[in-house]
Design a protein. Structure first.
Length: 256
């Protein structure tokens, strides 16, 4: 019983080689164009810009690696189609330049790893300072509001204490606490009572401001840590992939 061997279609193999080379070249060029667009306009002094740009470049980093691998595969298919090896002087320089390109990308992503870590650190610090500034502003606004309300309450209550009927109606309707009546002839005691009320309100709202500030700082640190680790691990893997491809290519290119 005979087994039919698959027929090698050289035309189809040549078409596959051309397709892989075209797709690989487009992948590399598309990534390079994306990188250039991301860099415009330059804002190197802004840590947030640095962090955003490095993150997007790293997220797109797999595309050139796939493109280089596809072109190498196309060159292998083309070499398998030849019945005789080409003389050394007639061989294509493309494997060499692809290896150099892979090495350049490896160095680029190594630099992006370091730059991203630095940018994330400065960006996080800047964001934490912004959170602290907003909390301080909220505290200042709270102090101004409480002081204004305290002065207003002092004026209103002093006027009520001079009118027994209005004071009785205000106490009965719940507009003022019953304790106010005992300060009819004690302005100093009234001021202390109102000041104690203001201190309680200040402590309550200040605690809320501090809780919101602490929560915002924790969320910011967590998000920064997670995104930084994810991006840096991806960048390190890309660095290893490009460097390995470039090193192996340069080491073997002269043996082809």
């Amino acid at each position: 019983m005979s087994v039919d061997r698959p027929v090698f279609n050289s035309n189809l193999a040549a078409l596959a080689a051309i397709s892989l080379k075209v797709v690989g070249a487009i992948s590399i060029l598309t990534a390079v164009v994306d990188y250039l667009i991301l860099l415009v306009p330059l804002n190197l002094g802004n840590p947030q810009w640095q962090a955003a740009v490095t993150t997007q470049m790293i997220d797109r980093g797999i595309l050139p690696l796939v493109g280089i691998a596809l072109i190498f595969t196309s060159l292998w298919i083309e070499s398998s189609l030849r019945t005789l090896p080409l003389p050394r002087g007639n061989r294509s320089d493309m494997p060499f330049w692809l290896s150099v390109l892979a090495s350049v990308f490896g160095a680029l992503y190594l630099a992006l790893t370091v730059l991203h870590l630095s940018a994330v650190q400065f960006s996080t610090q800047s964001a934490l300072e912004q959170v602290g500034t907003e909390a301080s502003q909220a505290s200042s606004q709270l102090e101004q509001r409480i002081s204004s309300q305290l002065s207003q309450q002092q004026s209103q209550l002093k006027a009520l204490l001079q009118n027994s009927d209005q004071m009785a109606q205000a106490i009965q309707s719940g507009q003022v606490p019953k304790e106010i009546g005992q300060y009819r002839n004690d302005p100093e005691g009234l001021n202390k009572f109102l000041q104690a009320q203001a201190n309680q309100a200040r402590k309550k709202y200040q605690q809320e401001i501090d809780n919101r500030r602490i929560g915002a700082e924790q969320r910011l640190k967590q998000e920064s840590w997670k995104n930084g680790i994810r991006t840096c691990v991806t960048s390190v893997l890309l660095t290893l992939g490009y460097s390995l491809l470039g090193w192996q290519g340069l080491r073997r290119v002269n043996r082809v």
